[in-house]
Ligand binder design. Structure first.
Ligand code: SF4
Ligand code: SF4
Length: 56
């Protein structure tokens, strides 16, 4: 299952740059992961300062 971003996201942008397949983009109120693109590598979860990213 792909990783997902919760509403705890503070929009710091750290996760976007580490995703190897560019699955992460900024939404209106939080960043979001395109589940059809995510390869479930976990890199984004490791850099999120507020623990907003988890495996679905
Ligand atoms: Fe990108 Fe990996 Fe995070 Fe999926 S788990 S959004 S592929 S960094
Ligand atoms: Fe949001 Fe975490 Fe990504 Fe920062 S690293 S934009 S807080 S999900």
């Amino acid at each position: 299952m792909p990783h997902v971003i919760s509403d705890a996201c503070i929009m710091c942008g750290s996760c976007e740059g580490v995703c190897p397949v560019s699955a992460i983009s900024a939404g209106d109120t939080q960043y979001q992961i395109d589940p059809s693109v995510c390869i479930d590598c976990g890199a984004c979860a490791g850099v999120c300062p507020v623990g907003a990213i988890s495996q679905e």
